[in-house]
Ligand binder design. Structure first.
Ligand code: SAM
Length: 234
């Protein structure tokens, strides 16, 4: 029997996920620490435990329903913020190898402390995706790149696809209103191909997951520098 800490287990059952007491305990620690830290450092507008559970944790973990993730896959979470989607994912799937990237150091500081409390192993990178993916040790070096709520599909593709190995995938987690087909040209230029889009319900809200397979190497000229990216998306 899993104890109820105010993060109700039945919420997980409602979306077809089951979790162990250990996972549940870690999510509770995460929720408590997020709320506490958020009093001094702006990490999230969502601070009510039930909403954190639904809109951050369940949304993140639902990724496992729509994408096939082989054991021991490596992930880079681009613009991870307070750790979404990849930290709940790592709690749910401890076998994955995790790299957390954000351009704001205060978020990376939070994540370091969070992962220490959760006894989670991860690599932390403070930097802009468009700079970091140029470094040989990160370029085309991950099985998966994920991003939730960071940028439109074209811009996000330029930030994420250069990190993905050929044969790997980029997973974009989006709201319902964006016309993601506006990003298809960018996906193709960067060596990707959209293989799946899933519209799903997150309780009373609509969400979308886009899965892009990396089918060829990203041309070395991408990503462009920040000012070029901002001026015009691909
Ligand atoms: N993914 C998290 C979530 O779903 O809650 C955070 C989303 S937040 C709206 C966007 C995050 O992306 C911020 O933490 C921001 O610092 C980061 N970010 C924006 N542009 C970035 C870039 N070019 N490289 C790395 N991080 C970036």
């Amino acid at each position: 029997m899993i104890p109820d800490y105010g993060l109700s287990c039945s919420e997980f059952g409602a979306v077809g996920l089951t979790l162990t007491a250990e996972v549940y305990d870690k999510l509770r620690t995460y929720s408590d620490f997020l709320v506490e830290y958020n009093e001094n450092v702006n990490l999230t507008a969502i601070t009510e435990p039930k909403e954190i559970l639904r809109k951050h944790f369940i949304d993140s973990i639902l990724l496992t329903k729509y994408a096939e993730i082989p054991d021991n896959s490596s992930f880079i979470d681009v613009g991870t913020g307070a750790g979404f989607p990849s930290v709940p994912l790592k709690i749910f799937r401890p076998d994955i190898k995790l790299t957390l990237l954000d351009s704001l150091n205060k978020r990376i500081d939070f994540l370091r402390q969070l992962c220490e409390r959760l006894e989670i192993e991860a690599e932390f990178i403070h930097g802009r995706a468009e700079d970091v993916s140029k470094k040989p040790e990160y370029r085309e070096n991950f099985d998966f790149a994920t991003a939730r709520a960071v940028a439109n599909m074209a811009l996000l593709s330029e930030l994420c696809i250069p990190f993905v190995k050929k044969g790997g995938s980029f997973i974009a987690m989006k709201g319902p209103n964006e016309d993601i087909s506006l990003g298809y040209n960018a996906v193709q230029l960067l060596g990707g191909s959209v293989v799946k889009t899933v519209d799903y319900d997150l309780f009373d809200e609509k969400r979308k997951i886009v899965i892009v397979k990396k089918i060829s190497q990203t041309p070395p000229k991408y990503p462009r520098n920040s000012s070029q990216i901002k001026k015009k998306t691909l």
